[in-house]
Design a protein around this ligand. Structure first.
Ligand code: OSB
Ligand code: MG
Length: 380
């Protein structure tokens, strides 16, 4: 099996969220999503999604920087190259190109879909997945007041979600989490995500969260702050989980060594794709650190990639994996992603690759920008 990509089409679609999603660093209403359609010399077509947002408020990347990085530096490296296995793609993209992990990941993950289809394997199996269902979780954005948040959380729990995550920021934190814990009772898996909104000087304030028995507190401090996260962890009972800080395998090793956190959120887009995600998964597994799959408000294509990754054995906590209807009036894949009565998403194991059909007509309707590279590209 060898990859030999002859054409990659980049499209930007606009997909309105059902409701705005607010985190400590910004709000998003309409997603601008870059999609990749990758064609191999043997005719196999794979799909992937770039998770970079419109604004650089989560990481430094945006859809526009990712588009630029793919067009100028990254796509030329994979087009017409003979690639023995998709686990080689990250190294090919990473040599002498710093950062741009979401752009690299989009290409790398598309290569995994192509390779899985060539091998006749579901993407989950291609990656080493062992589960056929994965538990869902919901990430609820910052709400106007604690009562509204508590009602949102109650409704989500009633729908079947196995984990409730609430976004927090200074001014919308302790009372908000208290209201949700009171509403849901003590046994529901509840957590909070601060997206780097605090400083180490807020340690005493954050320690007030300890009384709510959160399963974890995600990324309270800055993305480069592994040392300060370690100091904060010493002062909190609540386990810290790192998201933004874990950008590669070495950063996961540093977290473990420094005790900066006890759990890792793996987002394949943040770390440059599946090969590095698997590396982080393995390092954490050896150290007894649970991991779970984060989300970036993906369309049904990115969700397919996340579900496949979440089927690996050490993804032992529910991810930020919600059904299509939580985000969109209508998704761009069929069937849409749903959860069963137990709050589980089924891993599609019935066909090769991502396991859902891409609705090309709908994508064409939603497309606002399109560029073809390789075969079919305009002659310049
Ligand atoms: O920090 O996990 C995060 C969305 C955008 C940016 C950052 C984050 C999130 C989420 C979304 O929490 C989770 C989802 O996709 O449902
Ligand atoms: Mg997060």
């Amino acid at each position: 099996m060898t990859l030999h990509l002859v054409s990659i089409t980049l499209r930007e679609i606009h997909l309105p969220l059902k409701e705005p999603f607010r985190i400590s660093s910004g709000v998003v209403k309409d997603r601008r999503i870059a999609l990749l359609e990758l064609t191999d010399a043997d005719g196999t077509v794979g799909w992937s999604e770039c998770v970079a947002g419109e604004q650089p408020n989560y990481s430094s990347e945006t859809i526009d920087t990712a588009w630029h990085a793919m067009k100028e530096w990254l796509l030329p490296r994979v087009l017409d190259a003979e690639i023995a296995h998709p686990d080689r793609v990250f190294a090919l993209l990473d040599r002498n190109i710093r950062g741009h992990n979401m752009a690299k990941a989009a290409i790398e993950m598309g290569c995994w879909d192509v390779a899985a289809r060539q091998a006749g394997l579901p993407l989950s199996k291609m990656l080493g997945g062992t589960r056929d269902r994965v538990p869902t979780g919901i990430s609820i954005g910052i709400q106007a007041n604690p009562q509204v948040l508590a009602q949102r959380a109650r409704a989500a729990y009633a729908q079947g979600y196995r984990k409730i995550k609430v976004k927090i920021e200074p001014g919308s934190d302790i009372d908000f989490v208290r209201a949700v814990r009171t509403e849901l009772g003590p046994s529901v898996h509840l957590m909070a995500d601060a997206n780097s909104a605090y400083k180490l000087a807020d340690a005493d304030h954050l320690a007030q969260l300890d009384e709510f028995d959160l399963i974890m507190l995600e990324q309270p401090l800055g993305r480069e702050d592994l040392v300060r996260h370690a100091k904060l962890q010493q002062r909190l009972k609540t386990p810290l989980c790192l998201d933004e800080s874990i950008t590669d395998v070495e950063r996961a090793e540093d977290m473990i060594e420094l005790k900066s956190g006890r759990i890792v959120n793996i987002k394949p887009g943040r770390v440059g794709g599946f090969a590095i995600s698997k590396g982080i998964h393995d390092v954490c597994e050896r150290s007894g650190i649970p991991v779970w799959c984060g989300g970036m408000l993906e369309s049904g294509i990115g969700r397919a990639h996340n579900v496949a990754l979440a089927s690996l054995p050490n993804f032992s906590l529910p991810g930020d994996l919600s059904p299509s209807s939580r985000y969109w009036a209508r998704d761009i894949v069929s069937p849409e992603w749903t959860m069963d009565a137990d709050g589980m998403v089924h891993v599609p194991l019935g066909k090769p690759g991502i396991g859902v059909d891409v609705d090309l007509d709908r994508i064409e309707d939603l497309t606002v920008r399109r560029e073809v590279f390789g075969v079919g590209a305009p002659v310049s």
